[in-house]
Design a protein around this ligand. Structure first.
Ligand code: NAI
Ligand code: MG
Length: 362
């Protein structure tokens, strides 16, 4: 059966960068390298304008019935005045919840032609290739009790609770261990077991799982504050990092700046496999809808293109095709083509469409 792919371009530059990616899918289809059933749907502000809702139940159902979702970006000033439940960002939160997407994969890769874009010295980041696996549906952002309460003396108290169960820890650790086997075979598990009970359970659980099921993967542990320091001091020591929701949020943003350009980085969010081994997954660039440059045709389509490569690799098991897409992106950068956001002296400035066309030629 054909693979089912749902494309949700969203708002701002989302549709602009998604259009370039759809050319790659059409090419794979035309060359009979792969056949896809491709659906399209509205999310975010585009959906609000058409239906009054940031995402409709129909789009959620279609996402559930797809093998993978390719998401653009949502949001923009036009919809900033909406109530909390009607913000465009509700679309992505709803998809994460409804599809059970618990493992957020955030690669931080430095490509040689863009090495000078890094905020760190070239010698420190040359060849950098880290995968951060962040638990995305548990931990302190969701734990109970939570809320703001008023104390007898009249002052208020804000409460959040970090909660992790062994099964939540095991399933995200499995994702990290499995990825390490396809990479350099190393996992660094990050928490604060020195001061947090949930961190202590995290460390014990990951250690036991590693010993029982992944003796071939080299497992190490690091406190989150030290990890932040090490990511800046010597980021190449890491292969796969696995961590909870809060620390993963911070560390993945930190790691992305080690690489330099927002317009280059993809991400994936994976769900739990069902009894038949099928798992729902969503792929998106880490950048947003970039309202400041939307409609100008100058957005960098490469983060969306790398998101497609991740989708091909992890959801469709098309490792060669994924590598082809990534190599094409690297080749156009080596030719000196640059969108405005990654422009460097002596390079050739191109538009979104020109960048997309160059990738297609490669
Ligand atoms: P942003 O990522 O949209 O933009 C930050 C800066 O980077 C801007 O100057 C933008 O022009 C530039 N930029 C981003 N992607 C680029 C690309 N592909 N090519 C060239 N330049 C690029 O983040 P910002 O400005 O904080 O948020 C804008 C809107 O996007 C907001 O409504 C926000 O809520 C939404 N957003 C949505 C996300 C999602 O859909 N998952 C993630 C982050 C933000
Ligand atoms: Mg963040």
């Amino acid at each position: 059966a054909n693979k089912k792919l749902l494309m949700l371009p969203g708002d701002g530059i989302g549709p602009e960068v998604m259009r370039e990616v759809s050319h790659i899918l059409e090419w794979l289809d035309r060359r009979r390298i792969a056949s896809f059933d491709i659906g399209q749907g509205l999310v975010g502000g585009a959906s609000i304008d058409a239906t009054g809702l940031p995402i409709t139940p129909d789009v959620v159902d279609r996402a559930k019935n797809s093998d993978a979702v390719l998401f653009g970006a949502v949001g923009g000033p036009k919809w900033d005045k909406m109530g909390f439940d009607l913000r465009p960002e509700i679309a992505i939160l709803t998809l994460r919840r409804e599809l059970g997407l618990f493992a957020n994969l955030r690669p931080a890769t430095v490509l040689d032609p863009l090495i000078e874009a890094s905020t760190l010295k070239p010698d420190i980041v040359r060849g950098l290739d880290i995968m951060i696996v962040r638990e995305a549906t548990g931990g302190i952002y969701f734990g109970e009790p939570r809320g703001i309460e008023t104390l007898p003396d009249g002052q208020k108290r804000g409460i959040n609770t970090e909660v992790y169960t062994t099964s939540e820890i095991e399933r995200v650790a499995r994702v990290a261990f499995d990825l390490a086997r396809q990479r350099q075979g190393r996992v660094c598990s990050v928490e604060k077991a020195n001061v947090m009970e949930s961190g202590l359970l995290w460390r014990q659980t990951v250690t036991a799982l590693g010993a029982a099921e992944y003796p071939d993967v080299a497992l190490s542990h690091m406190y989150a504050d030290n990890c932040a320091m090490q990511l800046v001091r010597n980021p190449r020591q890491f292969d796969v990092i696995v961590t909870g929701n809060l620390f993963g949020d911070l560390l993945s943003d930190l790691a992305s700046m080690c690489t330099g350009s927002l317009g280059m980085l993809p991400s994936a969010t994976l769900g739990a496999p069902d009894s038949s081994g099928r798992r729902l997954s969503l792929y998106e660039p880490i950048h947003g809808s970039a309202p400041d440059i939307a409609g100008q045709g100058i957005a960098n389509p490469l983060a969306q293109t790398f998101s497609l490569a991740m989708l091909l690799r992890y959801s469709f098991d098309m490792k060669e095709e994924a590598a082809l897409v990534e190599q094409a992106c690297l080749a156009v950068l080596e030719q000196g083509l640059r969108t405005a956001d990654i422009m460097q002296e002596g390079k050739t400035r191109v538009t979104t469409m020109e960048m997309g066309a160059a990738v297609m030629r490669e």
